[in-house]
Design a protein around this ligand. Structure first.
Ligand code: IMP
Length: 199
């Protein structure tokens, strides 16, 4: 069976993060009817895998099984070269139960300082998985490289956006026009691959 996503398909988006849900909706350009996992009251599975790809698949499969709909899930995060890729898959968890990203960004800065790191390079990764209920799944990964800056700048975007300057630019993701971020982000790059595979 060729795996294809027809325009207008109802897709459950397996994220409980409003920032990511909004970006995914923008990237998908009204191509599908999106239903949020939260709207269906789907539980959030524990992210027990050790990679972005593994966690994206786990979330998409859980949502597809629970809803009976084709499910799209993203697992993403910030990886810092001088911190051996941390926080990586733990990016959300560094913000604690209150999802306090000012705290998480401070933690990144403090660890870099403690390590005496001069290399401020970092990258965002997004793994996107689509799973069919009771069936197959497809997963792809996109990445954008950049440099960290402290203190954080800009109040657009979400998560670690205010400390991340994408390669070749001088504004942080937190200062950029949301549409400009959407055009180059790790999520957009992953989606371009998904599009090539499924549309
Ligand atoms: P997940 O929901 O487990 O995939 O958590 C990913 C976390 O990585 C998010 O809560 C953000 O903190 C961070 N993250 C992922 N993508 C972005 C982004 O585009 N900008 C800023 N932070 C991001």
């Amino acid at each position: 069976m060729a795996l294809k996503l027809e325009p207008g398909t109802r897709l459950v988006v397996a994220t409980h993060n409003p920032g990511k849900a909004r970006e995914l909706a923008e990237i998908l350009e009204g191509r599908f009817t999106l239903v949020a996992a939260g709207e269906l009251g789907l539980p959030e599975p524990d992210e027990t895998e050790t990679t972005f790809v593994g966690n994206a698949l786990l979330k998409a499969r859980a949502a597809a099984e629970a809803s009976g709909l084709i499910a799209l899930a993203d697992d993403s995060g910030l990886s810092v070269t001088a911190l051996d890729g941390a926080p990586g898959i733990y990016s959300a968890r560094w913000a604690g139960p209150d999802k306090d990203f000012a705290l998480a960004m401070r933690k990144v800065g403090e660890r870099l300082e403690a390590a005496g790191a001069e290399d401020l390079s970092a990258w965002f990764t997004s793994a996107l998985a689509v799973a069919w209920p009771g069936g197959p799944a497809v997963v792809v990964e996109g990445r954008i490289d950049g440099t960290l800056t402290f203190p954080p700048r800009g109040d657009r975007g979400f998560g670690y956006d205010p400390i991340f300057i994408p390669e070749g630019l001088d504004q942080t993701f937190g200062e950029m026009e949301p549409l400009a971020k959407d055009a180059m982000s790790h999520r957009a790059r992953a989606f371009a691959k998904l599009k090539a595979a499924l549309l």
